[in-house]
Design a protein around this ligand. Sequence first.
Ligand SMILES: [Zn+2]
Length: 176
Amino acid sequence: MPFAYYARLSAPRQRIYRQSDAIQSLDLPGGVATAAQVVQIRAGLGREDRAAVQSASQVLVDALVAGYRVPKIRVRVLAKRPADDGGELHGLYEPDDDGTPARITVWMRTATRRDVVAFKTFLRTLIHELCHHLDYELYRLPETFHTEGFYKRESSLVNALLREESAAAEPQGRLL
Ligand SMILES: [Zn+2]
C-alpha cells in the first residue's frame, strides 16, 4: 500500500515511487568499518560537542559513500534548528548543484525543546538524509520520495550500524 500522496502523483512520478518502494533493504557496504565513528557520534552528543559530532559524522558518511561508490557529501552539524523551519525532521539534504557537492545538514537541538536530540534520533536523521543521496546516486532515481521502501532502507542501515557498534563493544573473549 503506497502512502496517500501517491494518488496525486503523475504517472511518471508514480513509476519512480514504485521503484523506490521496491527496494526494501540496504546493507553496509562490504569491508567498511563504522563502529568507531558511531561510538564517537554517541560520545560527542553526550558531551554536547558539536565539532566532534560533525567530524565523526563526516568520517562515517565518507566511509559509507566510498563503500557504495557514490559521490561525496559534505556534512554540517549545526547547534540549533531554526524556529521557523516547519516539520518534524532534524535534517536537510541538498543535492549537488553545478559542481558543488551534495550537503547534509543535521541539527543537534530542536527549536522548541532545547535538549540535544537523542543519539538514535540523530543517527537515524543522518542516515535518512544519506538515503536521499543514495536514491539519486546509487539507485539512479530521478527523484527521491519517502516511500515505505525508503524507510525500510533507512531502518536496515541504521540497525546495521548499531549492530556494528555493539559488536565492537563486546569483550574480546566473546570473539574467540
Ligand atoms: Zn526526507
